[in-house]
Design a protein around this ligand. Sequence first.
Ligand code: 5GP
Ligand code: ZN
Length: 135
Amino acid sequence: MDDCIFCRIIKKEIPARILHEDEDFLVILDAFPSGLGHTLILPKRHIPDILALDGAELERLAPLIKETAGRLKDALGFDGLNVLQNNGPAAGQTVFHLHAHLIPRWEGDRVNVKWPVKKDLRDEEIDEFVRKVKF
Ligand code: 5GP
Ligand code: ZN
């Protein structure tokens, strides 16, 4: 994908601060971070979002998230960590090459990953939703 910024980073056409690289994944610092240590984990295969991720990739991604989280904790001693992953513009995705964010958090920092609580959901619609989705 010539116009994908992360594919270009993977191909080393543009620079990034790389924390880890293996055959399938790259772990880099976010260029516009929430704070020190804001990290992105991306598969080298260009896939847009979580729905395109295959099971084998997820099996490799999960331990990489854990390993990276441990190393960030050792290096920074953060108070907390958000692991998040945006899918689609409505969810705040701006780079359409799947990636997970690891966002170190400190008490009192002003990073905001909260949402307003929706108070007007009806019990019936929740029940119907559960019926539809339960597996
Ligand atoms: P999204 O909003 O898609 O979940 O996250 C995309 C992230 O990529 C943003 O946090 C943004 O700061 C980061 N980003 C955008 N362009 C670049 C870049 O050229 N290099 C790096 N390292 N990060 C980038
Ligand atoms: Zn890409």
